[in-house]
Design a protein around this ligand. Structure first.
Ligand SMILES: [Cu+2]
Length: 104
């Protein structure tokens, strides 16, 4: 019984050590993607705050910068946790239908 416990500890220790190494070896670029969204429905500065808060509430969103003058949102997110479709749905649900703005 004691031997079994030692073997199990060795195995779990081995797995966790390797999991940590695999994680730290991943390039950080793979964990974030930035997109630009167009939202023509914005009518005042308060709208941009509403949109920013809605986007920041999405799991995986790392930062959301909403600009009222250009009526755009710059969103950085973890592509493993969320996606553009979810971001578009989120702003639409908040009252601001958005479209994906491809980089020029
Ligand atoms: Cu407004």
């Amino acid at each position: 019984m004691k031997t079994l416990f030692i073997i199990l500890s060795l195995i779990t220790g081995f797995i966790s050590t390797h999991a940590v190494q695999a994680k730290s070896n991943e390039p950080t670029q793979n964990n974030s993607q930035t997109v630009m969204l167009d939202m023509q429905n914005m009518t005042c500065a308060m709208c941009s705050i509403t949109i920013r808060k809605a986007l920041e509430g999405v799991e995986g969103v790392q930062s959301a910068k909403v600009d009222f003058d250009s009526k755009t949102a710059n969103v950085t997110f973890d592509p493993k946790k969320t996606n553009i479709e979810t971001l578009l749905k989120t702003t639409t649900n908040a009252g601001y239908p958005a479209t994906f703005h491809p980089e020029n």
